[in-house]
Design a protein around this ligand. Structure first.
Ligand SMILES: [Zn+2]
Length: 82
């Protein structure tokens, strides 16, 4: 199976789906390979996942899409300015 390379941008675009477990196995593998090589995306992934878990823990509801979108936007801006 050929491994498809992804960019940081496509990683960030699909990160919330990945965290939700809402991606195909093949994509999951690609994401994990990217995470292993890219410390910047790892930080974003880690912070996002933790925030999602905190929200879910408080509310017992999935994080609303707009909250997740804003979080990802904030993190990707942070990433660009780092
Ligand atoms: Zn990356």
């Amino acid at each position: 199976m050929a491994k498809k390379k992804i960019t940081c941008q496509s990683f960030l675009d699909d990160l919330s789906d990945y965290i939700d477990g809402d991606v195909a196995q093949e994509i999951r593998v690609t994401f994990e390979a990217h995470l292993a090589k890219c410390p910047n995306c790892w930080v974003v992934f880690d912070e996002t996942q933790r925030t999602v878990e905190i929200f879910q823990g408080y509310d017992c509801h999935p994080l609303p899409e707009n909250v997740k979108g804003r979080l990802l936007q904030t993190l990707s801006v942070k990433l660009k300015n780092a």
